[in-house]
Design a protein around this ligand. Sequence first.
Ligand code: C2O
Ligand code: CU
Length: 432
Amino acid sequence: MRSLAALCLLGVAAAQPLPTLPEAPDEAPEAGVVHVALEAAALPDPTHGYVYGFNGASPGPTLRARRGDTLVVELTNRLDTPTTLHWHGLHVPFAMDGVPWMVDPVAPGETFVYQFPLEQAGTYWYHPHFDTARQVDGGLFGAVIVEDPADPTPPDQVWIADLPLEHDPSAARPEHGHGRLSDAWWINGAPTPLTWAPPAGVVQRIRLINASSTGYLALPALPGVRRIGGDQGLLAAPEAHGPWVLGPGDRADFEWRPVDPAVWASDPYSLNGGPRWGDPWPLVEVTPQGEIAPQPMIQWAFDEAAPSPDGPADLLYVLSGSDRSGHWYINGERFPEVTIHELALGDQVVIEVRNLSPTHHPFHLHGHAFEVVSVDGVPPPHRRLEDTVDLGIGQTLRVRLNATNPGDWMAHCHILPHAEEGMMTVLRVLGE
Ligand code: C2O
Ligand code: CU
């Protein structure tokens, strides 16, 4: 393992404390409505490589609400380019989805009000969907936390991970998201490793978001840590065994009871083939404080339902392309020249996604969550709801989709340079 001493010899500054992200104040007087204001603007002092932020910082403030609330977000665009907000993982009406497809983006100087009910509890995030790789890499992203009123509420923390190289316009950056091997993760706007000194023995909920446009986190298990949540709220059953791989756009919630000092590191992982040689990258040095007797782990309301049966596919998406060409395809087509597949409202379909390319692709669909029914023909042990699923090289994923939300929904790779170079299509759910 790369020791901290070695990092110091390399001139890396001593670890700083893991920053806590600010939360956007709720300006709504009434209960059941969370009303926040976000201003997208260039940062006055982009010394950290972030060039843009919301309300003066990157990541932007965390938006926190409860399931059943209505979220109202007033976005003012102070950038010199159009922008939008997309609500990654949330079932919003199409007009609120923030895609510049039949809906205009928010022009410089303008304000747009996003408003929608929050029906899903879990860990979500917001980011622009206009000139997406550049704007997200520039620092425009933040967390949306939807609490479930039925959940236990241990202290919770939001950790947004991403890669600084992507934020530095001057850094030599390989094109097309090509297998860049930097692991220099940042969390909550600060370079790792970061120190975290939680009270010993106290159970916490860590909500981790991979906001990187190309990087994979591969997190080994640690004593006292189990994964309890994924893209769509609580998992069907907790996972005590890592490694937990989070591709771009993925989220994971961990129940964490820190007792002994530990270092949480990300194993080297490449979109060109998964695990690879190299040293783990230390993310967080945990030093529990005090002499508190360990609390019991929480009894979460896991719903250990069996997965839906696998079945023949109604719709096939084939992912192809290569770093060499810099072109990426779904069914041989590049966005926006794509065939729009149509579903009727209420259709229940199985979508098969096959990765015939030589790299991984985190497949993401807007407007709906979907259920994973098999990966290479193998069903998951429990019901598994997702909105972003990584496909390894040669993998075949089958998901079940209930078409409940009318609109033109983007389906794309969440390696943002891949999406930009064509790996995006549109799935249309017709209205009544
Ligand atoms: Cu998080 Cu279409 O994106
Ligand atoms: Cu991709």
